[in-house]
Design a protein around this ligand. Structure first.
Ligand SMILES: [Zn+2]
Length: 333
C-alpha cells in the first residue's frame, strides 16, 4: 500500500506512454486522455488543492472531486454532438482510473499489488488463425474483477487486443481490421445469431493453403453498457459493409467454462474470459480447428480464470466486508 503523500505526488505527473501501454495496450496515449490529465493539473493549480483518489476503483475525493465534477459536467454539456460527448466521457473515465490506480494496482493483472496473481498465470500461444478483440467499456477498464484482461495476460496483446469503447485511437485500429471477417460474440436476440457449428462447420478444411484468420470481438461491459457498445459496432459495420449486419455467434450454453467453476455471486455468468474459453472449446470440435491445440489454449484461460477467482476471494476474506460492499456496488453501475 502506498502512502497518501506518495500517491499525491504521482498524481501530478502526466502519463508517459510506457505507463499507458503497461496497462495492456500497444496504442499511443490517446490525445484526449492526455488533455484531461493536463486539465486536471490546471484545476489543481486554480484551486490550490491536490487531487486525491481513494476507495475501490480510485475515485476522486473531497473538495477537488466536487469542483472537478462541476467542471467536467459543464465541458460535457458544451460539447455539440454525441460522438464528441462519448469520446470525452470515455477519456475522462480512463484518465481518472489511471491516475487513481497508479502505484496501487499491478499493471498486468489489475489487482492491488499485494494481491498480484501474475506469478500464477501461465502464458500460452493462441493459434495464429484466431484473434480476439476485447471491446471494453471504460467503466470496466482497470476493474479488479474484469476478466477480459486475462486473455491478453495469457495470449499476449497481439493475439487478444484491448479496444476501449469511445477511444478513437483504439477503435480506429479495430475498425481497420473490419476489412477481414469479424464475428461478434454477443447474445443479442435482435441480431442474427449463428452457432459456432453453423458459422464455421460448412467451411472446407484448409489443406495446403493458408488457413483463414478469424477475428472475434468480445464485448466486455456490464449488461446495460453492452447494448450501446453493440449498437456502435453495428453502425460501424453497416458503414463499412453497407446493408450487411455484423455477424453474431452464440455459444452452446452447456459448454460454458463457468459451469466447471464454483459459483461466484458477483460474477456475470457470461463473463468475457469464460465466453472466450467456451468459444475455443466449440471450435475445437470442428475439423479445421481440431489439430491446433485449442483445448490447451482453452485450458490456459480457464486456469487463469480460476487464479483470478481465488485472488479475489482471498482478498475479500482478508480485507473484509467493506470491500465486498464496494465491489457489489461497482458491479451494478
Ligand atoms: Zn499482477
Amino acid at each position: 500500500m502506498v502512502s497518501s503523500i506518495d500517491s499525491l505526488d504521482k498524481a501530478l505527473l502526466p502519463i508517459p506512454v510506457v505507463e499507458w501501454q503497461g496497462w495492456g495496450t500497444t496504442s499511443p496515449l490517446p490525445t484526449m486522455v492526455a488533455q484531461i490529465v493536463e486539465d486536471l493539473k490546471v484545476l489543481e493549480e486554480d484551486l490550490d488543492a491536490h487531487m486525491s483518489f481513494g476507495g475501490n476503483g480510485g475515485k476522486l475525493q473531497g473538495n477537488f472531486r466536487v469542483q472537478e465534477d462541476k467542471k467536467h459536467r459543464a465541458t460535457y454539456q458544451a460539447l455539440g454532438d454525441s460522438e464528441k460527448k462519448l469520446q470525452f466521457y470515455s477519456a475522462r473515465q480512463i484518465a481518472c482510473r489511471i491516475l487513481g490506480s497508479r502505484g496501487y494496482l499491478c499493471q498486468k493483472c489489475w489487482l492491488p499489488m499485494e494481491d498480484c496473481m501474475c506469478s500464477k498465470v501461465t502464458s500460452c500461444s493462441l493459434y495464429p488463425g484466431i484473434r480476439f478483440w476485447l471491446y471494453m467499456h471504460p467503466k470496466d477498464f482497470l476493474r479488479q474483477n474484469n476478466t477480459g484482461k486475462i486473455l491478453w495476460q495469457v495470449f499476449g496483446v497481439n493475439a487478444a487486443t484491448l479496444c476501449l469503447f469511445g477511444i478513437p485511437e483504439h477503435e480506429e485500429i479495430m475498425w481497420n481490421s473490419f476489412k477481414m471477417a469479424e464475428w461478434c460474440l454477443y447474445p443479442n436476440k435482435s441480431a442474427a445469431l449463428k452457432s459456432v457449428e453453423n458459422a464455421f462447420g460448412q467451411e472446407p478444411v484448409a489443406s495446403d493453403e493458408v488457413a483463414p484468420s478469424e477475428h472475434f470481438i468480445l464485448i466486455d461491459g456490464t449488461w446495460s453498457n453492452s447494448a450501446a457498445m453493440f449498437r456502435r459496432l453495428q453502425d460501424k459495420a453497416k458503414s463499412v459493409w453497407g446493408d450487411e449486419d455484423l455477424a453474431c455467434i452464440s455459444l452452446n450454453p452447456g459448454a460454458s467454462a463457468m459451469h466447471k467453476l464454483r459459483p461466484q455471486p458477483s460474477w456475470d455468468r457470461t463473463c468475457t474470459a469464460a465466453a472466450a474459453a467456451g468459444l475455443l472449446s466449440e471450435l475445437q470440435l470442428l475439423p479445421q480447428f481440431s489439430t491446433v491445440g485449442l483445448d490447451e489454449q482453452e485450458e490456459a484461460v480457464e486456469h487463469a480464470l480460476t487464479v483470478l477467482l481465488d485472488a479475489l476471494t482471498n482478498r475479500r476474506l482478508r480485507v473484509g466486508r467493506s470491500i465486498t460492499r464496494k465491489m457489489r456496488h461497482t458491479n451494478i453501475q
